[in-house]
Design a protein around this ligand. Structure first.
Ligand code: GLN
Length: 272
């Protein structure tokens, strides 16, 4: 089978599915997009065909391409992802932009809680080599993936800690706490399309607000005066999240929209 024919096996011309088929072939044949085009008359080997067809089947069953390929680009980094990590979403890059726009000390120390693949922690560590980044996750196998990603990108300013939110965090102050915690309500229909990703990373009780609340309520014990808390949340949670911030004595509370125009990131400054 030629590359050109293989592409026709999945999706309509110019569809997103057809694009996924090209990415898959690029991965299996170790070619870039341009090489795939100019080699469109080359034939796949038998084992490549088998792997390609198996992978198309997984895609058709709803598995994210990132799990099949084993990695996902986020910000400037290519990150390893496994079934133990959420696939980093493009909208989470709004978290990175928001934090980089804050006026933080040159040698800020920050925590990324629930780091997953390390998307937030590692992107910030890469952008700000003088920052000290502590990346936590509740689940050790997930933390190992984040650690591998840190090594892959040769980051020297990140440390890792297995912790359930603040439970094991050392008693010291930080300039910023960031998290993209689970925030989908347990009965939300959106969970139906996300069965291949870890439920633990997606869903939270109290209508999706329990983990957000816990992080906000505890933050003041770990932040310097003037430190920031930056949280990703659901498109319909900005009002509740803002009121939790205010109840926890945060100032300068605001919400930033994602690339689709939905409320997505709320931040506030702990000023006493
Ligand atoms: N912090 C990670 C990310 O932004 C993981 C988030 C999660 O698993 N809920 O991708």
């Amino acid at each position: 089978m030629k590359i050109a024919q293989a592409l026709l096996l999945y999706g309509e011309a110019d569809s997103y599915e057809r694009q996924e088929a090209s990415w898959l072939l690029e991965h299996i044949l170790k070619l870039n997009a341009f090489e795939l085009k100019i080699h469109s008359d080359d034939c796949l080997t038998d084992s490549q065909i088998v792997l390609y067809k198996q992978s198309l089947k997984r895609l058709a069953q709803g598995e994210p391409l990132a799990y099949i390929i084993g990695s996902q680009p986020f910000w400037t980094l290519d990150l390893k992802v496994t079934q133990d990590t959420l696939v980093p979403r493009p909208d989470t890059e709004v978290v990175i932009e928001t934090i980089l726009s804050l006026n933080l000390p040159k040698t800020a120390s920050i925590i990324d809680m629930g780091t997953g693949s390390g998307a937030i922690a590692l992107s910030l560590a890469y952008e700000r080599p003088d920052w000290f980044v502590l990346a936590t996750d509740i689940y050790a196998p997930t933390l190992e993936v984040a650690q591998e990603n840190s090594q892959k990108h040769a980051l020297k300013n990140v440390t890792f800690l297995c912790s359930e939110w603040y439970a094991s965090i050392p008693k010291q102050r930080f300039d910023l706490i960031v998290s993209n915690p689970p925030y989908i309500a347990e009965d939300d229909e959106h969970l139906v399309g996300l069965e291949t990703e870890p439920y633990r990373a997606l869903a939270s009780s109290e209508n999706g607000l329990a983990d957000l609340f816990e992080i906000i309520a505890g933050a003041s014990l770990w932040l310097y005066n003037g430190g920031w808390l930056v949280l990703e949340h659901g498109y319909d949670q900005a009002k509740e999240v803002q009121s939790y911030f205010k109840d926890a004595k945060f100032s300068n509370v605001s919400t930033v929209k994602d690339y689709g125009g939905n409320d997505r990131v709320t931040l506030g400054q702990y000023l006493v």
